[in-house]
Design a protein around this ligand. Structure first.
Ligand SMILES: Nc1nc2c(c(=O)[nH]1)N[C@H]1C(S)=C(S)[C@@H](COP(=O)(O)O)O[C@H]1N2
Ligand SMILES: [Mo]
Length: 254
């Protein structure tokens, strides 16, 4: 993985370089607009800046969900639905303690990457204690530790201008689609830790998604790959997720 320092641009610079940009995306941005790590002097990808600036704008109005106290953590957090996908590849990786697990990040990113569990653990970490609310009538609180999804897309060189959704595939056949509001949300993490330990098998080892404004079924377990796409057409019924295909709402956030 490349490790490049983010640089900042003033709003004036950004506007002058992205001349065609209407005012709306910049409303609310201050002078420290973050630009993706692929952008360096003289190699300004206006499209990247636009995309990231608009993501920052999206981000600026997003509230965090409530985080709980460590003493509110639920003892015996349930293992729900799939607990150990039968998928042959998954079983092979599990026997090897996921040392050979690789997360591919592809589609509409500038530089597709493949990350091991160790790579993922080297990203800036976020730990959060949140409520998991299953649409099937239960809820529980746990502490999750992982890498922000936004940081992973940045490591893949940022997304292309036409990027609109992230589709995540899981071992065992589940998949889900997420829009950029959720993707860039600071509490959206690829979690490899739960309650201070490695993510247990039944709760999605080696890595699951936490997308905290959503119900249980969007908290995808046993993650296999990440794909950035411009449209959800062609996925299931075109609404973006196995559960959406079962008539759960694609967006059922709080
Ligand atoms: N791959 C995969 N992800 C999944 C599921 C699943 O069966 N397979 N179930 C979903 C549902 S409906 C819920 S409530 C949570 C359950 O997570 P848990 O087993 O950690 O309680 O995972 C979600 N993610
Ligand atoms: Mo659920």
């Amino acid at each position: 993985m490349k490790n490049t320092k983010p640089k900042t641009l003033s709003r004036r610079q950004l506007i002058s370089r992205a001349g065609a940009l209407g005012g709306i995306l910049l409303t609310g941005c201050d002078s420290n607009i973050y630009t993706p790590p692929t952008i360096r002097d003289g190699l300004m990808g206006v499209a990247d800046v636009l995309t990231m600036a608009s993501q920052r704008f999206l981000l600026s109005n997003q509230a965090l969900v409530q985080e709980h106290d460590i003493n509110e953590i639920t003892k015996n957090f349930p293992v729900w639905n799939q607990s150990n996908p039968e998928d042959e590849e998954y079983q092979r990786l599990r026997r090897g303690s996921f040392a050979e697990w690789r997360l591919s990040v592809e589609g509409l990113v500038n530089q597709p990457i493949s990350l091991s569990l160790e790579d993922l653990k080297r990203f800036p970490k976020r730990t959060q204690i949140t409520s998991h609310i299953c649409e099937q009538g239960w809820s529980a609180i746990a502490q999750w530790t992982g890498a922000p999804l936004l940081k992973i897309l940045e490591a893949a060189g940022g997304v292309k201008p036409e990027a609109r959704y992230v589709v995540i595939d899981a071992y065992g056949g589940w998949y889900e689609g997420y829009d950029m509001f959720d993707v860039v949300h600071p509490q959206t993490i690829l979690a490899y830790g739960m309650n201070g330990k490695d993510l247990p098998q039944g709760n999605g080892a080696p890595v699951r998604l936490r997308v905290e404004r959503h119900c249980g079924y969007k908290q995808l377990k046993f993650i296999k790959s990440i794909q950035v796409v411009s449209s959800m057409d062609g996925f299931g019924r075109g609404t973006g997720g196995l559960n959406s295909d079962f008539d759960f709402h694609w967006y059922a956030g709080a």
